[in-house]
Write a protein that binds this ligand. Sequence first.
Ligand code: ADP
Length: 252
Amino acid sequence: MNTIISVKELVKNYGSFKAVKGISFEVYEGEIFGLLGPNGAGKSTTLEIMETLRDKTSGKVMICGLDLDKDPDEIKKVIGVQLQTSGYYPGLTLVELINLFGGLYNQDVEPLELLKIVNLVDKAKNKYKEMSGGQKQRFSIATTLINKPKIIFLDEPTTGLDPQARRNLWELIKKIREQGTTVIITTHYMDEAEQLCDRIAIMDEGKIISLDSPDKMIDDLVNSGFERPKQVKAANLEDVFIHLTGKEMRDE
Ligand code: ADP
């Protein structure tokens, strides 16, 4: 396995507050790597440092063989970063927005090709503000692909979406990975991490407290003698919801 990101002893202090306390990890080429943890654990800070959007206090970060301290501009060329939804001009159409970003990245873009990947060709001439929540998220993932990056970073991409839209986004993220792109994702949702991530790092209070595949983490817990307090039913409420309302997308 090739290492595409290497983080060593990363520290971030905000004044006297230690938000990230010397974490180290590697991300392998072609995997979906998850950063999990409660609010305030330091996930976004870590993500934004790797994205070159936030300065670190100390430590070493290498991305695609490039040193964050020496080549941040080169790193920007090989990564795709998701904007917050407020980063888009609401009155422009999806095609106009993609052309605008293409210009900013100095890239030739095929707006319809990109919209096809995220299943939004039908909305090409619609304005951004006319999109549903799920469509906006899919569009923002399309914009991460404009510069044909080797790695994309997704910060809580499914927060606020309904179950169908979330499942749809998982399929999209898997499809992007199948095309060879490495994906780093933060999430609060354990089912999302279990479904999607090859490996996860669980962060708490600025430290990584576990790093492995979801399967291995669960097996280790079971092998340690852990048992769920009561027999779990063979389905949960989300299964009921999906069964009743169907798996197809509703945000079209
Ligand atoms: P997470 O993404 O895991 O919720 P963050 O990386 O956003 O965590 O935040 C980690 C900690 O650092 C939190 O306690 C947060 O309040 C603090 N923090 C984040 N950004 C700043 C900032 N710009 N100035 C001061 N403290 C910050």
